[in-house]
Design a protein around this ligand. Structure first.
Ligand code: TMP
Length: 211
């Protein structure tokens, strides 16, 4: 085995992706698999500081290019300082709550920055690292926002139309790469959904020789 396995959870806010990422991490750890659960933006000291700026609801009018570059700065740090080490040195299963696909759907899909430019900059930030599997937890925007019983952060307050575009962009990428991006129904009961995701991941770990 040359490296561990890189799994990314994606979905709009309130879809349940973070809960599912945590449930998967716990289940794999119970199977004595080495797991690193992390998130974007974040996962490193600098990345968590950048996250605070990005989600600060008082910075509402941040320029979309500034926003893009901050997400990518957090990613560059995350890949260089954490993910590569966990994958290549520790050969762990790295589970990241969001990665490059978030940038493609939020900054290109949602903010409408040029998608080729965003894609090129994403490759630069990640050094070309790609997930082995992306778990897309899909839920309609009304259903997802009904679950957010806390004050909205900067991105959440961007409005329903913005998040509809983001969801559509997610589904567009999933249709283009159905093997790499698997769509799961976020409306399902939490543990039922967890079981479905876990089976797909365990199959992947068997193929990769981790199980
Ligand atoms: P969350 O991880 O708690 O959902 O919050 C992260 C927010 O940042 C969420 O609104 C999605 C947004 N985001 C982007 O817009 N672009 C990105 O590249 C990433 C990683 C997150």
């Amino acid at each position: 085995m040359k490296r561990g396995v890189f799994i990314v959870f994606e979905g709009i806010e309130g879809s349940g992706k973070s809960t599912q990422a945590e449930l998967l991490a716990e289940a794999l750890r119970r199977n004595n698999i080495k797991v690193d659960l992390t998130r974007e933006p974040g996962g490193t000291q600098a990345g968590e500081r950048i996250r605070d700026v990005l989600l600060d609801s008082s910075l509402e009018d941040m320029h979309p290019r500034t926003e893009l570059l901050l997400y990518l700065a957090a990613r560059a740090e995350h890949v260089a300082k954490r993910i590569r080490r966990k994958l290549f040195a520790d050969k762990a299963v790295v589970i990241s709550d969001r990665f490059t696909l978030s940038t493609l759907v939020y900054q290109a899909g949602g903010r409408e920055l040029d998608s080729k430019t965003v894609s090129r900059l994403c490759k630069f930030a990640s050094g070309g690292l790609e997930p082995d599997l992306t778990v897309l937890v899909d839920l309609d925007v009304d259903g997802a926002f009904a679950r957010l019983n806390r004050p909205y952060d900067r991105l959440e307050q961007a409005g329903k139309e913005f998040h509809e575009k983001v969801r559509e962009a997610y589904l567009y990428f999933a249709r283009r790469a159905p093997k790499r991006i698997r769509v799961f129904d976020g409306a399902k009961e939490k543990m039922m959904l967890h079981e479905e995701i876990k089976q797909v991941v365990l199959d992947l770990l068997r193929i990769k020789g981790i199980l």
